[in-house]
Design a protein around this ligand. Structure first.
Ligand SMILES: C[S@@+](CC[C@H](N)C(=O)[O-])C[C@H]1O[C@@H](n2cnc3c(N)ncnc32)[C@H](O)[C@@H]1O
Length: 287
């Protein structure tokens, strides 16, 4: 990475307490270059001064660095596999055991699409089962403004493109005038997640690289049956990826399930602590 960019990262650390030094240099350089171009500045020192003087630009840079691309049921095969092979096992184990609380963590949940997708999937599967307690889904992200949006639970039609119509009808209501049929049709249509799903998910700011803790403090003790950490590790350097894995390993209950993004895998040191469950997607089980 251009060493000059360190001064920009220092401003972010000072002003927002977020440390981007462990992210992939290429990604950081490309994103900073985009913002500098948009601001019409070619010298790093000028952009640094601009950043210090304009809180709005600080927000825009943060937004640009925390790439929040997501959607409901992103990569539907993963959710299909979870529904058919993973959730029935988790639910069966839970309904037989003493500990009947089912705990899920969506780490790096962006605007909440992934956390809500998991809540929908669980609700569909728990219909006939008695767990005596509702499942709890923790959605965490480093970006506080993303989580504020997640809490509202309102989404553009675009982010629902991969949701089956039956699920849209059950778990979303159109905001304003539009009708459900407009999901495929109108770019302006917006949909609100149902209260039944909304109340299963707890959002909190959590830096997955934070050295002091190994699970979101709100979850109290981790012990997750399922952790989804998809399309987050790809932004980190090898050392930070290892740090995250140490965390995920500890945060998972014994025999817990881990879902990664399509181009993510456990680092070498962790390969024998997880069993890959299928070749079709990145679903692992803690040994
Ligand atoms: C591409 S999105 C992935 C969203 C979702 N998991 C998915 O696969 O659709 C990456 C998310 O990781 C978050 N993120 C980046 N660095 C993080 C960190 N250190 N701790 C927690 N979240 C982080 C970003 O804010 C962003 O929302």
């Amino acid at each position: 990475m251009n060493p000059e960019y360190q001064s920009i990262l220092s401003v972010l650390k000072q002003e927002r307490g977020i440390d981007f030094s462990g992210y992939r240099p290429g990604m950081i350089a490309r994103r900073i270059a985009l913002r500098m171009q948009a601001a019409g500045l070619s010298r790093v020192e000028d952009y640094c001064a601009h950043l210090r003087d304009n809180p709005g630009e600080l927000e825009r840079l943060l937004d640009c660095l925390t790439i929040k691309v997501s959607r409901f049921f992103r990569n539907p095969l993963v959710f299909e596999y979870l529904a058919r092979h993973v959730l029935p096992r988790i639910i069966q184990d839970k309904s037989r055991g003493k500990d009947r609380s089912l705990r899920v963590w969506s780490a790096g949940c962006s605007l909440g699409e992934e956390a809500y997708s998991l809540a929908i999937l669980l609700t569909e599967h728990l219909g006939k089962e008695d767990l005596s307690e509702s499942p709890v889904i923790f959605g965490t992200d480093i970006d506080a403004s993303a989580l504020q949006e997640a809490e509202k639970g309102i989404y553009a039609a675009e982010s629902l493109k991969e949701v089956k119509l039956g699920l849209i009808k059950r778990y979303f209501t159109p905001v304003g005038e539009q009708r459900l049929q407009t999901v495929q049709g109108s770019e302006d249509a917006r949909f609100r997640i149902s209260p039944e799903i909304r109340e299963l998910v707890f959002f909190s700011v959590y830096d997955i690289l934070a050295p002091e803790t190994w699970a979101p403090p709100e979850s109290v003790y981790g012990g997750f049956d399922l952790v989804s950490c998809r399309n987050v590790l790809i932004y980190f350097q090898a050392e930070q990826q290892q740090r995250v894995f140490a965390k995920l390993y500890k945060a998972l209950a014994s025999g817990g399930w881990l879902v990664l993004g399509e181009s993510e895998a456990p680092p070498l040191e962790y390969e024998d602590r997880f069993v890959r469950h299928t070749d079709s997607c990145r679903i692992y089980r803690k040994r």
